[in-house]
Design a protein around this ligand. Sequence first.
Ligand code: F6P
Length: 319
Amino acid sequence: MRNIAILCSGGDVSGMNPALKHFVEYALQKGLTPFFIYDGYEGLIDNNIKKVSYCDVAGIITRGGTKIGSARSKRFTQKQYRIIAKQNLDALGIEMLVVLGGDGSFRGLDIFYKETSIKFCGIPATIDNDINGTDYSLGVDTALNIIKTSIDAIRDTASSFKRAFVIETMGRNCGYLALVSHLTSGSELCLIPEREYDLKSYEESFKEQIKNGRRYFIAIVSEGIKQDSSEIAEWFEERIGMESRVSILGHVQRGGNPTIYDRLMAYKFVTHAVNGLLQGKDESVICYTKSGFEFKSIEEVTSKTKELDTELLSYLDNQ
Ligand code: F6P
């Protein structure tokens, strides 16, 4: 029997549990022995590794987060700990790894492969959708749906009270979540790190809209912009003349029942990752683009910052 393990690294996303479930079932179907590594690379170093079977993944498909935990491991960046990690894998006869995570997690993995020849396949998983080389990362759809539900709810109270709401989304330096949420929720203002902005340029039009009967504004801002959300709210009060509130959505965006799309993508990503490893793809990331699934090198995925989809940006630019 060949042994294969899976771990989650970096920020958790909804979709990791469906991926774990399919990983176990598909590995067994392929005649492999599946293992879980708990708490990311930390568990690899601490030998927190367990052989698993169907009963370990029963009922988890509906749950956000990850049953096996995740972590951002500082120790894995040090060679002395990677040596221990390799010894732990050798002791259990594990020769293949599937890693759900972001580009930082994949970088560590590449060094590990070069030192140890442990084969791996990365699966992009981050709500930020900021991994170069893939149009989609696991968890994005669920996060967008959580944001949608929140904005829809905030709109109810904003319109009742004649207020401006500044709604802050996650995404680090990537404005994807904010931009897609803006385009799909009909908000009046969207500020993202990828675009310079000048609030002054909105003043005349916003005041005119109030004169014409507008009762509320919704502004969606990405956490990576140069100003705090509270400063945007102050601008609404002082320059537009409307009472305002800030709503930082925060970690609710990382949880919740995984959407159908994330469950399906989890299924597909895992199937491709396991197949790739069995077919001799020893150090790759399974990416999803307009042309479908393809394996890309760590170099390609980690060497550049992902640029936000130009089509989506053009919609914002033309507003
Ligand atoms: O990378 C995912 C993410 O949720 C970012 O959007 C956010 O900036 C960050 O992680 C939050 O990290 P933490 O969970 O450590 O507070």
